[in-house]
Design a protein around this ligand. Structure first.
Ligand code: MN3
Length: 245
């Protein structure tokens, strides 16, 4: 059963990620049934599962969202059941203050809220025919990352170097400076007080059905579905201090 505060907490999560043109509140409220009941909820994909083909296949998207992401949400709600006090903190505050959590749940929150944050970002920064960076974002990419060609090759190389499971991100510092960074497992630059402009999931579950062990091919293909409108919105929000997940 949702307390009023928990319901508001869930709603605040939606506000924090509402930069993408996505679900209305009413729609979002009904879209939470696939994960265990609790303050954390799984939004549906913002496009059909086959929308990113041939670069990411529908079955991979279904498993990735409906099973993997759903499991992080469900695990979080299981943690909240025994530790309801954690919803007194906003999700972003939790990620930035993992050290303040009891030992018994710190790793669970780190892995599962990290996974929830990473995947919530991931779905929104992709779309079919995602365009190109423009305006201030394009200028920042030129200034900090040496332009699109260098960004693409450095990002792919960094993603290829992640040992085992993890992520490759472009982060935004408070002054707007961009950087390529990797993290293991479901860790997030949010845990270090940074903001994520976008990131790519290099866990095998993100690509193995279609690309098998060819992570480099997946990384290369992924740029075809980078959603530059949304990434531009995220850059503006990061500069304005309003970007959360
Ligand atoms: Mn994943």
């Amino acid at each position: 059963m949702l307390s009023r505060r928990n319901a508001m907490f869930a709603a605040s999560g939606f506000i924090a990620i509402a930069l993408a043109p996505r679900l209305s509140f009413a729609e979002a409220a009904t879209a939470t049934t696939s994960a265990a009941v609790g303050p954390f909820s799984l939004e549906p994909l913002p496009y059909p599962a086959n929308a990113l083909e041939p670069f990411i296949d529908a079955r991979t998207m279904e498993l990735h969202h409906d099973q993997h992401h759903a499991a992080y949400v469900s695990n979080l709600n299981a943690i909240v059941k025994d530790h309801p006090q954690i919803v007194d903190m906003a999700p972003l505050d939790l990620l930035e203050n993992l050290a303040s959590l009891p030992d018994s749940i710190r790793t669970g929150v780190r892995n599962n809220l990290g996974g929830h944050a990473n995947h919530t970002m991931f779905w929104t920064v992709m779309k079919a025919g995602g365009g190109k960076p423009s305006g201030q974002l394009a200028a920042a990419i030129d200034r900090d990352l040496g332009g699109m060609e260098m960004l693409t090759s450095d990002f792919n190389e960094a993603g290829g170097r992640v040992f085992g499971s993890g992520w490759v991100f472009v982060t935004v510092a408070p002054d707007g400076k961009l950087a390529i960074e990797t993290r293991p497992n479901q860790d997030s630059p949010l845990m270090d007080g940074k903001r994520v402009l976008f990131g790519n999931d290099v866990w095998e579950h993100a690509y193995y059905l279609n690309y098998q062990n060819r992570r480099a091919d997946y990384l290369k293909a992924w740029w075809n579905v980078a959603n530059w409108t949304e990434i531009g919105n995220r850059y503006a929000a990061a500069r304005a201090g309003t970007l959360a997940f």
